[in-house]
Write a protein of this length. Structure first.
Length: 90
């Protein structure tokens, strides 16, 4: 499975310039490669990220999590997420 160059470029933008809060990737079956599906704005949060994941599909994502330490020092960690959101029908 190939990874489209835009995936790498957008990740570097997130990592170095903090231009995105998250990136959602999807597998493009026809082209047999991973492509960028959605970019999250820096002001968006985890709820926005979770809401943009379509049900019943496999996706990869990168999320830039910002937090304060016990000493109130701002920090961030970048997480790589492989997910399958299963639709729930009660």
């Amino acid at each position: 499975m190939a990874v489209h160059n835009d995936c790498k470029l957008q990740f570097l933008e997130l990592k170095t310039k903090r231009t995105h809060r998250f990136i959602v990737f999807k597998i493009e079956e026809n082209q047999k490669q991973v492509i960028v599906e959605k970019l999250g704005e820096p002001a968006q949060g985890y709820e926005d990220f979770a809401a943009c994941l379509p049900p019943n599909e496999c996706h990869y994502a990168i999320y830039d999590f910002e937090f304060l330490t016990e000493g109130y020092v701002p920090k961030s960690r970048i997480f790589f997420i492989a997910c399958f959101v299963q639709e729930y029908d009660p």
